[in-house]
Design a protein around this ligand. Structure first.
Ligand code: A2P
Length: 274
């Protein structure tokens, strides 16, 4: 017998069969931030394990052959649900439909998670910089909610750069929530820092994260010492261009790219959906 997606309230899902080998999960919450960004949560399949910072392939049961896109899991490994933070691309093969999902709808997820933005791919250090642009903050929303990271690092710094100020809300709410939560603040309090800036408006207009690192403004804003390759580690997630430029900067500082099989002093991953 083939499983079939239930009729979705948004009309995005239909009676197409659920393909074999994927999980069909139920949306539990949707929050829209801007006309370009939204977050959703869904049920977590029984027995599905992942490491904080990994990504999975997400699709919708709205076609014979669903379109899948890589999505970083934004929730931590201990969470009983899965959270995702997504861009909305007009005419985007997946996001055009995904942005219309509502509570109760079905989302498909391939069974294997993977990725390099994981603590295992980094050598020990003192300060961990999580450099993100746009929806690239998603994997760091997972990492920063994982108690393990605070055992490995004295400071965990999320930097979030978006085009507009209102695109920074997800990251700001995330960090506020962590630091005001009784349990999470126990491990993250005094260790987790957020630096958020917009490049097209507001006080930091025109300043990309690469400029802020180069000029040292990032570190003085945070009250931290200049970047120290001996003790500082980095994870980078954003567009191809942002990865290229930020990784080149890390290399100039003397950091070495790591992977799961060969841990290093920085790791990168593209924020996939476009
Ligand atoms: P900018 O406004 O100067 O283009 P996008 O939505 O295009 O992915 O951009 C998200 C953020 O990433 C924007 O603030 C954008 O700045 C910034 N950005 C784009 N390219 C780079 C890059 N090569 N290095 C650093 N930041 C970048």
């Amino acid at each position: 017998m083939t499983a079939t997606a239930t009729e979705a309230s948004s009309g995005t899902a239909s009676t197409f069969p659920i393909p074999a080998g994927v999980f069909a999960e139920t949306v539990t919450e949707v929050q829209h931030y801007t006309d370009r960004l939204f977050r959703f949560r869904m049920t977590r399949p029984d027995g599905f394990r992942f490491r904080s910072g990994e990504f999975v392939m997400i699709g919708l049961p709205n076609a014979e052959k669903p379109v899948y896109r890589a999505y970083s899991i934004a929730s931590p490994a201990w969470d009983e649900e899965l959270e995702f933070f997504s861009i909305k691309v007009p005419g985007g093969p997946l996001t055009e439909h995904l942005q219309k999902i509502r509570e109760g709808d079905t989302v498909l997820m391939r069974k294997k998670s993977t990725g390099t933005l994981v603590a295992d791919a980094l050598l020990p250090g003192k300060r961990l910089y999580l450099f993100s642009t746009g929806t690239g903050i998603a994997p760091f929303a997972s990492v920063a909610r994982d108690p393990d990271i605070y055992e490995k690092f004295e400071k965990v710094v999320i930097t979030q750069t978006c085009r507009q100020l209102d695109e920074l809300t997800y990251g700001q709410e995330l960090v506020d929530k962590i630091l005001s939560d009784e349990l999470m603040s126990e491990f993250a309090g005094g260790k987790l820092l957020l630096h958020s800036t917009a490049t097209r408006e507001g006080p930091d207009k025109g300043e990309r994260i690469t400029n802020l690192i180069e000029s040292g403004k990032l570190f003085s804003d945070l009250g931290l010492p200049p970047f120290d390759p001996e003790t500082d580690r980095a994870m980078i997630c954003g567009s191809m261009e942002m990865l290229k430029d930020t990784a080149a900067m890390m290399e100039r500082f003397g950091l070495v790219e790591g992977s799961n099989s060969s841990p290093g002093t920085y790791v990168v991953e593209r924020a996939f959906v476009d």
